[in-house]
Ligand binder design. Structure first.
Ligand code: CMP
Length: 140
């Protein structure tokens, strides 16, 4: 199995609801290795840059306002098949459709305020990791 990396964000709702510990605990229980981590408060402009792929979606302004509404925790995770394994742990984008036991089923309140982000493919992960971290942050 390929060892790879992904980017995850505990969104402002997860931070405000005190889910940071719950989510990190879940990562550790599922052998998702934390390689780098930082807490920050995105500007609207920074949130727009991160979600640029969604620029034409009707929810873009609301999403980027939400993502810049409070502090977030950004992490690089590593491990075998980590992109897929993280997305399984997160659950469906819409918490109403998420499976029992997933992070979004447990903690998310809406399709927008859905607690956690995870990269959806290797190319996306490469862009998203480089958006927040330098090579030095993620080297051995
Ligand atoms: P995320 O995994 O961070 O990727 C894009 C985000 O856009 C998604 O989680 C949700 O927060 C948000 N999103 C996706 N679809 C919708 C929608 N239909 N309405 C509002 N927000 C959405």
């Amino acid at each position: 199995m390929a060892t790879t990396r992904t980017l995850t964000i505990i969104k402002p709702d997860g931070v405000q609801q005190h889910n940071i510990g719950d989510i990190i605990h879940a990562f550790e229980q599922h052998q998702l290795k934390i390689i780098a981590m930082k807490m920050l408060h995105l500007t609207k402009n920074q949130a727009e840059g991160f979600y640029a792929v969604h620029r034409d979606r009707p929810f873009f302004d609301s999403l980027t306002t939400f993502m810049s509404s409070g502090r977030v925790v950004v992490m690089v995770l590593g491990g075998d098949n980590v992109i897929t394994r993280l997305r399984e742990l997160m659950g469906a984008t819409d918490p109403a459709k998420a499976s029992a036991g997933t992070l979004r089923k447990q903690f998310a309140t809406s399709i927008e305020q859905n607690v956690i982000h995870g990269s959806d493919a290797p190319e996306t992960a490469a862009f998203e990791i480089s958006y927040f971290f330098s090579e030095l942050d993620i080297s051995k």
